[in-house]
Every structure is written in structure tokens, then in C-alpha cells.
Design a protein around this ligand. Structure first.
Ligand SMILES: C[C@]1(CC(=O)O)C=CC(=O)O1
Length: 107
């Protein structure tokens, strides 16, 4: 499984409430995106700094999202999809900054 994690920052001009509303819209739209096995988006509730190892001072972030793809072929199908391109256009309307992190399984 290919999983891409995203750190999202809302646009400076957008309220947290509006950002949350757009995240819900984005999640609903994700169900129509071909070859996207699963999509999740979660709002950041808080970012504690009292870590037991040295703290990584990045952010703040407003949401964390993740996409799952069953294979590289499915990921390529997703990238080619016009529905996915429309979905990304909605993303442009409510995501101020984005950091994608492509992950792989430990095992
Ligand atoms: C997968 C994607 C696509 C986009 O930028 O709208 C990236 C982050 C997110 O929440 O959705």
C-alpha cells in the first residue's frame, strides 16, 4: 500500500471554521476520485511541545490528511484522472500550504 501523508496549513485569510467546513467538503469529494483507496483528513486539535525526545519545532498545522493507494499502477491511474484534477482544484481553494510525505511500510 502506498500512503501519502499531508500536513496542511489553512490560508491566512481563512477562519478555522471555514477551513474545517472545506475539509469536510474535500473528504466528501474524495469518494468520487478513481483509484483512491482511502482518504482521511483530520483537524489538528493541539500540538504539545512537552515531548520526551527533542522537540521538532515546525508548523503550526491546521490538518493532517492521508491518501492510500493499493499499488503504483493505481496511483498512476489516480494522477491521470480528471476527477482527481478537479478535486485538487478544490484543494487549491482551501489549502494555504501543504507538505506531502510519501511513506513506505516498515515491514
Ligand atoms: C490529497 C490532497 C489533494 C489536494 O491538494 O487537494 C492533498 C491534501 C489533501 O487534503 O488533499
Amino acid at each position: 500500500m502506498i500512503r501519502i501523508v499531508y500536513l496542511l496549513v489553512r490560508p491566512e485569510h481563512m477562519s478555522p471554521e471555514k477551513f474545517a467546513e472545506e475539509c469536510r467538503v474535500h473528504y466528501d469529494m474524495s469518494h468520487d476520485v478513481p483509484a483512491l483507496y482511502k482518504y482521511e483528513v483530520r483537524l489538528v486539535d493541539r500540538e504539545p511541545k512537552d515531548t520526551h525526545v527533542p522537540y521538532l519545532g515546525v508548523g503550526p498545522f491546521d490538518a493532517v490528511a492521508e491518501c492510500w493507494f493499493e499499488s503504483e499502477e493505481k496511483y498512476q491511474e489516480y494522477l491521470k484522472s480528471s476527477v482527481r484534477k478537479q478535486w485538487f482544484e478544490h484543494g487549491k481553494s482551501f489549502i494555504g500550504k501543504l507538505k506531502p510525505i510519501i511513506t513506505r511500510d516498515v515491514h
